[in-house]
Write a protein that binds this ligand. Structure first.
Ligand code: AHG
Ligand code: MN
Ligand code: MN
Length: 345
């Protein structure tokens, strides 16, 4: 039987450091600060991966008392991930301010450290409710230029539109650990070789395949969805006059669901629902979940929508505000907007 040749030409051995440096060359006024921030996120990914791939073990060892074998206090993984990213970035003089899903307010750069011209937003561990079931989890990040002139960054520096992102991406800790990022020139994926501790280029210039293969949503909430979303879901299943039906995949870790959507094509959506009147805009957070993932999907030729317009055009007003989210192939996401416009408005 003829060996199946990979459809991707072998990019050779390109480490993420070499790739980021090469990307930096397309920014004439680059000082290397953005490059260093991306390096620090890659390092955070290696540290977090080393913990998430033995979470169950750590829990068993940690449960022997308050301390685990390294003599450390047992950390919840998302707190560990959060602490790792903050500590790798709060003293480098490259950031004006940070913000995290895990922290109520913005994270100022300590007075004893210099500030810089970038802003880092992140979800340190996405999908953490799944970690105990050995389901993939991830880290999501977005980087902006500061808006304030100097000194400690402000909330205004953090509440920027996704259209102004300068770099974004995610790590996914699954069957392998991958880092996927963009600085505005397309999307590239790197796989961690744990034997040498390097992220190596494995998915060059990722483009959303057409036509999209899977739809991805938590259909357990169907009865709480609007009529437009219920009809849209039936359309994806081949009803409502649809030309074809898509297969369903839902992991419940957004990073994994969107990573699969990026590589297979399709649509991921987490719409608003009527379960909790206190959360009328769905569960996912705009700043450090929806925006970075919409940025990546759009850099790969897709589209990210709130259901009524581009995610990247939303002007944030609150650090942890939530938004409905539709990400994937443009035709599939625009179809959702059509159903919402026709039945929900
Ligand atoms: P986080 O773990 O950062 O709070 O995010 C979890 C999110 C996201 O990963 C996923 O898409 C969604 O929760 C799943 O929610 P449901 O269980 O309601 O489907
Ligand atoms: Mn999350
Ligand atoms: Mn999280």
């Amino acid at each position: 039987m003829e060996a199946k040749t990979s459809s991707r030409k072998n990019p050779g051995i390109i480490t993420i450091e070499r790739h980021i440096l090469h990307e930096q060359e397309s920014f004439p006024d680059a000082t290397g600060a953005l490059t260093q921030i991306l390096y620090s996120l890659a390092l955070a990914g290696k540290l977090i991966a080393s913990r998430t791939t033995r979470a169950g073990l750590a829990d068993i060892l940690g449960s022997a008392g308050e301390e685990n074998i390294q003599g450390e206090e047992v950390q919840k993984l998302d707190i560990y991930a959060n602490r790792t990213i903050v500590q790798l970035n709060n003293h480098t003089g490259r950031l004006a301010v940070m913000a995290s899903e895990e922290e109520k307010d913005i994270i100022p750069i300590p007075d004893r450290h210099p500030t810089g011209k970038y802003v880092l937003l992140f979800d340190p561990l996405d999908g953490s409710s799944n970690i105990d079931y050995n389901v993939s989890v991830g880290t999501i990040f977005a980087i902006y230029r500061r808006k304030s002139a100097s000194g400690r960054g402000t909330l205004e520096d953090v509440l920027q539109k996704g259209a102004d992102v300068v770099a974004g991406g995610y790590m996914v800790y699954g069957s392998s650990t991958m880092l996927v990022y963009s600085t505005g020139n397309g999307v590239n994926g790197f796989t961690l070789d744990p034997n040498i501790g390097e992220f190596l280029l494995s998915h060059e210039n990722i483009r959303l395949p057409e036509p999209g293969k899977y739809y991805s949503a938590n259909q357990g909430y169907t009865k709480y969805w609007t009529e437009g979303i219920q009809r849209y879901t039936r359309w994806l299943q081949g009803e409502e006059g649809a030309p074809r039906s898509l297969s369903l995949r839902y992991i419940g870790s957004m990073v994994s669901d969107i990573h699969r959507t990026l590589l297979s094509g399709g649509v991921f959506y987490y719409p608003s629902d009527t379960r909790d009147p206190k959360k009328p805009h769905g569960k996912l957070r705009l700043l450090y979940e929806a925006v970075p993932m919409a940025y990546i999907i759009e850099q790969a030729g897709g589209y990210g929508s709130t259901g009524r317009g581009s995610i990247l055009d939303v002007q944030p007003t609150d650090l942890h505000q939530r938004t409905p989210l539709f990400l994937g192939n443009k035709d599939l996401v625009e179809k959702a907007e059509e159903f919402i416009a026709e039945y929900d408005d």
